[in-house]
Design a protein around this ligand. Structure first.
Ligand code: XIL
Length: 334
C-alpha cells in the first residue's frame, strides 16, 4: 500500500512541470537567436513591462528615443536622456540593443531643412559619429539607413536624396563603420519581405553596396503585416534566401500583425496562426538572427493611431495578458 502511494506520489511529481513555462528569452537563448521588442523609456519604468522584457527578450529597440528629431531638436544640442535610459536598462538586464535609426525621412529635426547640401552631408556624418560613438560597444546593431526606397521601388524623395543624391547611403554606412568597426550595420525597410518591385529594388541596391565594398552587414525586414493582405510564404522564403546569399545577416525588426476591426476571437486565432507561419518560415533560414516585435502590448501599439481600421497587432493584450499569438510564437521558438 505504502509502495503504491509512493509511486503515485513520484509519478505526480514527474508529471508536474518543474518550473513555470519558459519565457521567450530562454527559448531564444537556446536557439541562439535574439528575440525582443521596441520599447519606450517610460514604459520600462512600469514593472509590468520591465518584467515582460526580462522574461521575453534578449534584445530591445528604442521605438522613438534614438530618432534624430527626438534627440537633436536644436542644432548641436543633444538630449540623450531617454536613449540613455533605454541603454542603461539593457545593460542592467543583459539585453542587446538595436539602434534605430540614424538616417530617415521622418521624425527629423526641423533645422535640417535649412541646410545647404554640403552642410546637410556634414550634419549627417556628425550625427552618425555622435550616436555610434556614444554607444560604441553597447549598441551592437544599427539601422543606419531606414526606408530609403519609395513604395514603387525608386529612390524615396527624402531630404537626404534630394539634396545629396543616392551616395548618401554608402556615405552613411562608411561613417557608422568608422565610428564603431565592431557594430553590425543594417539597411531597414518595409514591404520588402516578399517579392515585388520594392523588394527587388532593395535586393539590387544591397547587392550593389556589397559589391562596392560598402560596410553593410545586415538587412532589417520590418514585417508590419496586415492580416487581410497575407504575404505568400514561398515569396518570403525566396527573398530571405536571396538576401542571405549576399552574405547579409537578416533581422526581423518591427513585426506586428494588424487585425482588421472588429477584433473577434476568430481573427485573433488567425493572427496567431499567421505569426506562427511567418516566424516558422523566417527561423528556417540560418541567416535570420533576430526577431523584434514593434511593442509589447496592444495598449501602446502604433497601429490604431496610424492605421485606424486595424487593432490588436502585438503579443500581449491591452491588459498585458499573453494572447494566443504569444502562445503560438512560443511554440515556434520551442
Ligand atoms: C513609429 C513609432 O512606432 C511611432 O510611435 C512614431 O510615432 C512613428 O514611428 N517604421 C519605422 C518605425 O521604422 O520607426 C516606425 O515607428 C514605424 C514604421
Amino acid at each position: 500500500m505504502t509502495v503504491v502511494t509512493f509511486f503515485e506520489w513520484l509519478r505526480g511529481l514527474l508529471r508536474r512541470p518543474a518550473t513555470a513555462p519558459l519565457g521567450l528569452r530562454q527559448l531564444a537563448i537556446r536557439r541562439g537567436i535574439d528575440v525582443g521588442f521596441a520599447v519606450e523609456d517610460h514604459l520600462l519604468r512600469q514593472s509590468v513591462f520591465a518584467n515582460a522584457i526580462r522574461r521575453d527578450a534578449t534584445i530591445i529597440t528604442a521605438e522613438n528615443a534614438m530618432k534624430m528629431g527626438e534627440l537633436v531638436k536644436a542644432r548641436g544640442t543633444y538630449d540623450f536622456t531617454r536613449a540613455d535610459a533605454i541603454v542603461a536598462f539593457a545593460r542592467q538586464h543583459a539585453l542587446a540593443v538595436r539602434g534605430h535609426t540614424l538616417v530617415w525621412h521622418l521624425q527629423q529635426p526641423a533645422w535640417l531643412q535649412a541646410l545647404s547640401p554640403s552642410e546637410l552631408r556634414q550634419a549627417m556624418r556628425d550625427h552618425i559619429a555622435t550616436m555610434v560613438g556614444r554607444y560604441r560597444g553597447v549598441v551592437k546593431y544599427w539601422d543606419v539607413v531606414n526606408e530609403a526606397l519609395s513604395d514603387s521601388g525608386g529612390m524615396r524623395d527624402s531630404l537626404w536624396f534630394t539634396a545629396l543624391g543616392k551616395t548618401y547611403i554608402a556615405d552613411a554606412f562608411r561613417a557608422a563603420h568608422a565610428a564603431d568597426p565592431e557594430a553590425l550595420l543594417f539597411y531597414n525597410d518595409y514591404q520588402v519581405e516578399g517579392l515585388g518591385a520594392k523588394a527587388d529594388a532593395m535586393y539590387a541596391m544591397l547587392k550593389e553596396l556589397r559589391a562596392e565594398g560598402v560596410p553593410i552587414h545586415g538587412v532589417g525586414l520590418q514585417m508590419h503585416l496586415p492580416l487581410d493582405e497575407p504575404l505568400a510564404m514561398s515569396d518570403l522564403r525566396t527573398n530571405l534566401r536571396r538576401l542571405a546569399a549576399l552574405g547579409l545577416v537578416i533581422h526581423i525588426t518591427e513585426m506586428d500583425v494588424w487585425v482588421p476591426l472588429p477584433a473577434t476571437q476568430e481573427k485573433l486565432q488567425a493572427q496567431a496562426a499567421y505569426y506562427e507561419a511567418v516566424l516558422r518560415t523566417c527561423l528556417a533560414e540560418p541567416a535570420v538572427k533576430a526577431i523584434v516585435f514593434w511593442g509589447v502590448s496592444d495598449a501602446h501599439s502604433w497601429i490604431p493611431g496610424f492605421f485606424p481600421k486595424y487593432t490588436a497587432a502585438l503579443l500581449y493584450d491591452e491588459a498585458m495578458r499573453p494572447k494566443v499569438a504569444y502562445e503560438r510564437v512560443r511554440s515556434v521558438l520551442t
